[in-house]
Design a protein around this ligand. Structure first.
Ligand code: ADP
Length: 398
C-alpha cells in the first residue's frame, strides 16, 4: 500500500510517497513559490538523483499535477501510474471544535475546514486547495484529513478554557487548541514504545523545539495540556514568535508607536522570539548560539530565556500531571542540539533528572539520554509528521 502525504502551505506544497509495507519513503519533494513568479518543484526519488522542474505554478491544482507527473516520470518517477497510490493523507491545520480524530474527507469535512478559515487564515485555505487538487488529479481516491489541532482536543476544560467572558467561547470558539499535534502524538507514542513505558498511564512531556516550538503533557498518549493556544503564538519563545507575554504589551506598543493591533501582532509573530530579543541577529538557533560564543550579550539572553521558558513549562506540566515519567526532545533544536537539551535539563535536578553526557552526544535518532539513575527517562525522539499522517491514512482507508 502506497500513501501520498501532502502538506500545503499558502505558497508551498510538501509531499512524500510512503510504502506502508516497510514505512519507507519512495520519493519526496517540495513545490515552492506557488502563485508567485519563479515556481519550482524539487523531486527526490529515493536512491536516485534530485530532479528540479522550474515551471509556473499558478495554484495548488497545477502543483499537484506536476507532482503526479514527477512521480510517474519515465526517468525520475517511482510509480507507473496513479493506480499505485491507495490514498492521500493531508496535514490540515485547524478542525475547530468539531474534529479531533483524523477523518476521510467528504463534503462535511470540507465545510468545517472552510468554516475554520478564521482560525487558521494562512493554512486552512491552502489545505483545502490541496485536498481539492488531489480530488481533481485522482478522482475516487480517498483523501484523509489529519488535524494539527487534533491531539490538543483531548485536553480537559480547565486546560483549554481562557479566563475571558464565556460568550467568546460560545460565539467564536475561542479556546486553547494547541498545534504541532501530529508531532506531539507521534513523539509521545514513540517515547512510550522506545522507553518501554506503560502505554495506558505513562506521563510524558514532549518538547517540540524547532523554529516553531511547543511543549505538551500527555498521560497514556492523551493530551492534558499544551503550550500553544488559539494560535501558535502562545507558549515558548520561538524563532520569530514571542510566546507568552502580557497582552497589555500590545496596547502599549500600539499607543507608543501609532500602530494598529494587526501590525503589532505581526511583530509578535514574525519579528520577535530569539530574532527580536537578540536585536535582529537571526531566527535560526545555530546563528544565535554562534553569536553568543562571539560574546553577543543579547544573543546570550535570548538563548537563556528560551531554555528557561522550556524548563518552566516542564515544571508546570509535571505539576499538572502530578509527576512525569519521561521527557522527550524533538524537532530541529531538540534533535540536534545537545547543549540546549543539557541546559534545559540542568533546571530539573529537583525532579531527579540526570543527563548522561555521552548518551546525550547524539543526533537525529531515538535515544535515551538520561543516566541509569535518573528518576525521569529523558529521550531524543525524532519527529516524523509525514509518517504519522500516513499511518492515520492507512488506518482509515485499509
Ligand atoms: P520548523 O519545522 O519549525 O521550521 P525545525 O524543526 O526544522 O523547524 O527546526 C529548525 C531550527 O532547528 C532552526 O532554528 C535551526 O537552527 C535549529 N537547529 C538545527 N540544527 C541545529 C543544531 N545543530 N544546533 C542548534 N540548532 C539547530
Amino acid at each position: 500500500m502506497k500513501i501520498l502525504v501532502v502538506n500545503c502551505g499558502s505558497s508551498s506544497l510538501k509531499y512524500q510517497l510512503i510504502d506502508m509495507a516497510d514505512e519507507s519513503v519512495i520519493a519526496k519533494g517540495l513545490c515552492e513559490r506557488i502563485g508567485i513568479e519563479g515556481s519550482k518543484l524539487t523531486h527526490q526519488p529515493a536512491g536516485k538523483d534530485k530532479y528540479v522542474v522550474e515551471k509556473p505554478m499558478p495554484d495548488h491544482t497545477v502543483a499537484i499535477k506536476m507532482v503526479m507527473e514527477a512521480l510517474q516520470d519515465a526517468e525520475h518517477g517511482v510509480i507507473a501510474n496513479t493506480d499505485e497510490i491507495s490514498a492521500i493523507g493531508h496535514r490540515v491545520l485547524h478542525g475547530g471544535k468539531i474534529y479531533s480524530e483524523s477523518i476521510v474527507v467528504d463534503d462535511d469535512v470540507k465545510r468545517v475546514i472552510r468554516e475554520c478559515f478564521d482560525l487558521g487564515p494562512l493554512h486552512n485555505p491552502a489545505n483545502l486547495m490541496g485536498i481539492e487538487a488531489c480530488e481533481a488529479a485522482m478522482p475516487g481516491k480517498p483523501n484523509v484529513a489529519v488535524w494539527d489541532t487534533g491531539f490538543g482536543m483531548a485536553m480537559p476544560e480547565k486546560a483549554y478554557m481562557y479566563a475571558i467572558p464565556h460568550e467568546y467561547y460560545e460565539k467564536y470558539s475561542i479556546r486553547r487548541y494547541g498545534f504541532h499535534g501530529t508531532s506531539h502524538m507521534f513523539v509521545s507514542g514513540e517515547a512510550i514504545k522506545f522507553g518501554g513505558l506503560d502505554p495506558e498511564n505513562a506521563k510524558v512531556i514532549v518538547c517540540h523545539l524547532g523554529n516553531g516550538a511547543s511543549v505538551s503533557a500527555s498521560i497514556g498518549g492523551k493530551c492534558v495540556d499544551t503550550s500553544m493556544g488559539l494560535t501558535p503564538l502562545e507558549g515558548l519563545i520561538m524563532g520569530t514568535r514571542s510566546g507568552d507575554i502580557d497582552p497589555a504589551v500590545v496596547q502599549f506598543i500600539c499607543n507608543k508607536e501609532g500602530k494598529d493591533v494587526n501590525e503589532v501582532l505581526n511583530i509578535l509573530n514574525k519579528k520577535s522570539g530569539v530574532l527580536g530579543m537578540s536585536g535582529g541577529v537571526s531566527s535560526d538557533f545555530r546563528d544565535i548560539e554562534a553569536a553568543k560564543r562571539e560574546g553577543n550579550h543579547l544573543a546570550e539572553v535570548a538563548l537563556d530565556a528560551f531554555i528557561y521558558r522550556v524548563a518552566k513549562y516542564i515544571g508546570a506540566y509535571t505539576a499538572a500531571m502530578n509527576g512525569v515519567d519521561a521527557i522527550a526532545f524533538t524537532a530541529g533544536v531538540g534533535e540536534n542540539d545537545k547543549a540546549s537539551r543539557k541546559a534545559i535539563c540542568s533546571y530539573l535536578g529537583y525532579l531527579g533528572v540526570e543527563i548522561d553526557d555521552e548518551a546525550n552526544d547524539v543526533r537525529g535518532k531515538n535515544a535515551v539520554i538520561s543516566s541509569a539513575d535518573s528518576k525521569v527517562k529523558v529521550m531524543l525522539i525524532p519527529t516524523n509528521e509525514e509518517l504519522a499522517i500516513a499511518r492515520e491514512t492507512k488506518r482509515l482507508t485499509e
